[in-house]
Design a protein around this ligand. Structure first.
Ligand SMILES: Nc1ncnc2c1ncn2[C@@H]1O[C@H](COP(=O)(O)OP(=O)(O)O)[C@@H](O)[C@H]1O
Ligand SMILES: [Mg+2]
Length: 416
C-alpha cells in the first residue's frame, strides 16, 4: 500500500523556536499508520508570501498560522484556501478576524458566563473620516463618564475593545485616572470593565482537544509569567477553567487559542479569551513548551490522518439552546457546553487515536528534550531573544526549568 503524504504549512512571523521543535518532533515521529493499515507521512514547510491566483490549488493540507492577525496578504490567502480548497487551518481567519475581544465578551455573556460588567464608550477623539463631524454632532450623545465608572465601581480596567498584548490597558482607581486614561485613549475604542480582585490568575492554552491550565503572574516579566505549579486551583475551579477554554474554542471554531480567567473565592471570571494566535515561545512557556509542541503535533496528525474537515460555519444555536434552557443550573450548563465542545473536538476519538497510533510520542519527545539537539535550540533561542549580557542567566534559567520537566516526565512515563 502506498503512503499518503501530507504537507503542513507554517505561517510565521519572527519566531524560529517552536517551528524548529514542531519540525523536529514530526521528523522523529516518522510515518503513522491509520486503523485500516494505510501509512501517512508528513512534510513541513515554512510558507513564503507571494502573489497568488484566486483559482490556484495550494499544496498544503493543514496550515498553522501565527502571522495573519497582523499581516493581511497571508490572511486573505488563508481565506481563499479555507473557502476554496478545504485546507485545514489553525485557525480559521473568518472567525478569528471578526471575533475580537468585544464580540467574544458578548458571546460568552450570552452563554451565561461570569464576565465582569463591561461598558463600551464612544471614541474620545474624532475618527479620521470626512463624515465624522456631521455624524457625531448629530448622533453622538453627551455622556457622563464619571457616572458610568461609579456604576461599575472602582477599581476598574479601561482597555481597547479589540485589545491584545496589553496595548492601552490601564487599571483605574479614581476619577483623575479615569479621565487621564480616557483622554489618552485617542482613537482607540475602549471598554470600561469591573476589576476582579483575584486570588489566582489561570491562563489556559488549548490546542485541539487538549488544554493546559497554567498559573499566570501578569506582573512578572515575560519569562517568569507562567509559574510551574500543578495544583493551584481547587478541582472544581480547575475543571471549570478547562471547560470555559474548550467552550470558547468550540463556539468560535478556534483550535489554537489561549484563555485568561481570574479566580476569586472559587468563582471563575473569564476576561480575555480571543487570543487565537497564542504565544508559544520557548522563552515564555519553558516547562510547558514540550507539552505544547506535542499537542500541536498530535492535533495536526490526528486531523490529517482521520481526514477531519474544517467547519466554516458556527452552530451558535446549539450553544444558545443550552444557555436558554430555564431548567439548567450554571453547573449543568457548563456540563452541556462541555458535551458540545468535546463533540466538536471529537475528544474521545482523539484520545483513542493518540493512545493507539502515537504510543511512542511521549518517549520520542522526552528523548529529544533531554538530548543535545534541544539544548542547541534552547541556546540559539536565548541568543536571538535577549541581549548578550543576559545570555548566561537565561540559558541557566531555561535549562533548569526544562531539566525539571525531563525529571517529572521521566517519572510520569512507565519505564519501558
Ligand atoms: N477585569 C479585570 N480584572 C482584573 N484584572 C484585569 C481585568 N481586565 C484586565 N486585567 C488585567 O490586565 C491585563 C491585560 O488585560 P487583557 O484583558 O488580558 O488584555 P490583553 O488582550 O491586552 O491581554 C490582564 O492580564 C490582567 O492582568
Ligand atoms: Mg490578556
Amino acid at each position: 500500500m502506498t503512503a499518503t503524504r501530507h504537507l503542513v504549512g507554517l505561517l510565521l512571523g519572527t519566531e524560529d523556536d517552536w517551528p524548529t521543535a514542531f519540525e523536529e518532533i514530526l521528523r522523529r515521529l516518522g510515518p503513522v499508520q491509520d486503523p485500516s493499515g494505510g501509512s501517512h507521512e508528513f512534510d513541513v514547510e515554512r510558507i513564503t508570501i507571494e502573489p497568488f491566483s484566486l483559482r490556484y490549488r495550494p499544496r498544503y493540507d493543514l496550515v498553522i498560522d501565527r502571522l495573519a492577525y497582523w499581516y493581511y496578504h497571508p490572511r486573505e490567502w488563508l481565506k481563499k484556501v479555507a473557502m476554496m480548497d478545504g485546507v485545514y487551518l489553525l485557525n480559521s481567519p473568518f472567525t478569528f478576524q471578526s471575533m475580537e475581544k468585544h464580540a467574544a465578551y458578548c458571546a460568552m455573556m450570552r452563554l451565561g458566563l461570569k464576565i465582569p460588567d463591561t461598558v463600551l464608550v464612544p471614541y474620545k477623539n474624532p475618527v479620521d473620516n470626512a463624515r465624522y463631524a456631521y455624524t457625531s454632532s448629530r448622533y453622538n450623545q453627551p455622556f457622563d463618564l464619571d457616572a458610568i465608572a461609579e456604576q461599575i465601581g472602582y477599581p476598574l480596567f479601561m482597555k481597547p475593545y479589540d485589545g491584545g498584548a496589553w496595548r492601552g490597558v490601564s487599571r483605574i482607581r479614581n476619577r483623575d485616572e479615569l479621565h487621564a486614561a480616557y483622554d489618552a485613549s485617542g482613537e482607540m475604542l475602549m471598554h470600561l470593565q469591573k476589576a476582579i480582585d483575584f486570588d489566582v490568575f489561570a491562563r489556559s492554552l488549548s490546542i485541539g482537544a487538549e488544554t493546559m491550565v497554567m498559573r499566570f503572574q501578569p506582573d512578572e516579566p515575560m519569562h517568569a509569567r507562567y509559574a510551574v505549579d500543578h495544583s493551584f486551583l481547587p478541582a472544581q475551579a480547575g475543571a471549570e477553567v478547562v471547560t470555559i477554554g474548550r467552550l470558547v474554542n468550540a463556539f468560535f471554531r478556534w483550535e489554537f487559542n489561549s484563555c485568561e480567567t481570574l479566580v476569586k473565592d472559587g468563582e471563575v471570571y473569564p476576561i480575555d479569551y480571543a487570543n487565537a494566535c497564542p504565544d508559544v515561545a520557548l522563552t515564555s512557556l519553558h516547562y510547558y513548551f514540550p507539552w505544547a509542541m506535542k499537542a500541536l503535533v498530535k492535533w495536526s496528525v490526528f486531523a490529517l490522518v482521520t481526514g477531519r474537515k474544517a467547519k466554516l460555519d458556527l452552530e451558535t444555536d446549539r450553544f444558545f439552546a443550552v444557555a436558554d434552557d430555564p431548567h439548567l443550573s450554571y453547573q449543568e450548563k457548563l456540563e452541556g457546553y462541555r458535551v458540545l465542545a468535546d463533540e466538536y473536538f471529537d475528544a474521545a476519538r482523539y484520545y483513542d487515536f493518540c493512545a493507539s497510533r502515537l504510543p511512542h510520542l511521549d518517549e520520542i519527545v522526552l528523548d529529544w528534550v533531554a538530548g543535545p539537539d534541544f539544548d542547541e535550540l534552547l541556546v540559539k533561542t536565548v541568543k536571538s531573544t535577549y541581549p548578550a549580557h543576559e545570555h548566561d542567566r537565561f540559558i541557566a534559567h531555561l535549562r533548569g526549568l526544562l531539566d525539571l520537566w525531563v525529571r517529572d516526565e521521566s517519572s510520569r512515563l512507565p519505564t519501558a
